[in-house]
Design a protein around this ligand. Structure first.
Ligand SMILES: NC(=O)c1ccc[n+]([C@@H]2O[C@H](COP(=O)([O-])OP(=O)(O)OC[C@H]3O[C@@H](n4cnc5c(N)ncnc54)[C@H](O)[C@@H]3O)[C@@H](O)[C@H]2O)c1
Length: 397
């Protein structure tokens, strides 16, 4: 084993910034292993690049299958690659999001096929990643981390390793399961709160109450209220996925997470609700609809689980002509510019509020003949658009 050799397995949204951050610390010799070719100085598609690393950090995807059951195939495959070269003294750290129990029930048996014993011969730790792509303040270098391991001594070593490159608090948890559970409850917390305001949006839309104003009012309570905002759906690799990991694991243990399932159901219903808002105003058959923002989040190009996919699908099923436009995913655009997309359309559905869409002023919409705006992120100027004679509808707004 080569002291301070670090290898990151899976150089995607999580693994690559982490590799870059650790590489800044001259103490470490940082390598990367990925199935794909990745632009990082010491990245390789050859698994032997992992050999003799003191720290191996696994950042591979943990998606769900079509039936929403966890898909552990990438994690299992990465662990088999690690097991093939495992040696005494190595620290294996899982950063991928998993449900409580996965490290000990799935990862550990694969690693121990090497003949070595976890917690004594090698350490197995979980340090859930909390990165928030596109966030100008919080990034891989300054977000506090929780770490759980098989052994207490190993946990301290791994925590100190993170302390050497993360400028934030590193908390040593009592065990792997607790560390695994922290990440899952963080993301289910968000899913449930968003589902709550999405449900309120539907109810307040019927009652004619502006939910945005209500949330603003409630937010001046200095304690016990945290604003969340309704929208056309929840996307990305985490929030719409991780709750299923907990739902699934608890089911195996004999518990039915009905509340989490309901939250998933409500958030999954928002794309259809968004299209319904438009169809109540105008028949969708042959309607030309500009769909702005295909990625799931403002100012990022990540398309995973984006509600825009479902919105496009429903619109097309109902006979609308969809003119997609996303400056962050230009290969999907139907027209080269925002203006040309507006020209081809009668209505707009805004799915993701990229900075470029701040240009969607009432004046511009009128100029290009837009008659209806469905604002899936409640970000456009409702008052000005309405005053300009365009029908505006937000989500609960
Ligand atoms: N993206 C986020 O915002 C975010 C935030 C927190 C946690 N997470 C979690 O981090 C993990 C990684 O997510 P991501 O967004 O970086 O995924 P990603 O798809 O961007 O990157 C994963 C990388 O792993 C590679 N890979 C897949 N299987 C492999 C294997 N067997 N061996 C080597 N490489 C392999 C892929 O080629 C890809 O480059 C997931 O568990 C996710 O839930 C993601």
């Amino acid at each position: 084993m080569i002291k301070n050799k670090v290898t990151i397995i899976g150089l995607g949204y999580v693994g690559l910034p982490l590799a870059e951050l650790i590489a800044k610390n001259e103490l470490y010799d940082v390598h990367g292993f990925d199935l794909e070719k990745i632009d990082f100085p010491q990245a390789s598609t050859d698994p032997t690049t992992i050999n003799e690393s003191e720290y191996i950090i696994v950042c591979v995807p943990t998606p769900v299958k079509d039936d929403k059951e966890p898909n552990l195939a990438p994690l299992e495959s990465a662990c088999k690659t690690v097991a093939a070269q495992l040696e005494k003294g190595q620290k294996i750290i899982i950063e991928s999001t998993v449900n409580p129990g996965i490290c000990e029930e799935v990862v550990l048996p694969i690693l121990e096929e090497s003949g070595l014993k976890g917690g004594t011969d090698f350490e197995l730790s979980h340090c859930p990643e909390r990165i928030n792509p596109g966030d100008p303040k919080w990034n891989v270098s300054n977000i506090p981390r929780n770490i759980g391991s098989l052994s207490k001594e190993g946990n301290k070593v791994v925590a100190d390793f993170y302390r050497s490159f993360v400028e934030a608090e590193i908390t040593e948890m009592s065990c792997l399961k607790v560390a695994e559970a922290t990440k899952v409850i963080e993301n289910t917390f968000r899913d449930i709160n968003i589902a709550y305001v999405n449900e309120l949006a539907k109810s307040f839309d019927i009652m004619g109450i502006d939910l945005l104003e209500v949330i603003e009012g409630a937010s001046n309570k200095p304690f016990s209220f945290m604003p969340h905002f309704p929208g056309c759906g929840v996307g990305g690799h985490c929030i719409p996925v991780d709750p299923y990991y907990l739902i699934n694991r608890a089911k195996q243990a004999g518990f039915d997470h009905s509340f989490l399932k309901k939250a998933r159901e409500i958030n999954n219903s928002m794309p259809a609700y968004t299209v319904e808002l438009l169809s109540k105003i105008k028949d969708l058959k042959d309607l030309n609809v500009a769909l702005f923002g295909i990625s799931y989040k403002a100012n990022v190009a990540d398309l995973r689980e984006s509600p825009a996919h479902e919105i496009i699908k429903i619109l097309e099923e109902k006979g609308a002509h969809v003119h997609k436009f996303d400056p962050h995913v230009p290969e999907q655009n139907e027209h080269p510019t925002l203006e040309e997309t507006l020209d081809a359309s009668d209505a707009v559905i805004l799915c993701t509020f990229h900075d470029e869409f701040a240009a969607l002023s009432a004046e511009l919409l009128v100029k290009h003949g837009i008659k209806i705006v469905i604002d899936g992120r409640n970000c456009l100027n409702k008052e000005a658009i309405t005053e300009a004679g365009i029908i505006y509808k937000g989500i609960g707004h």
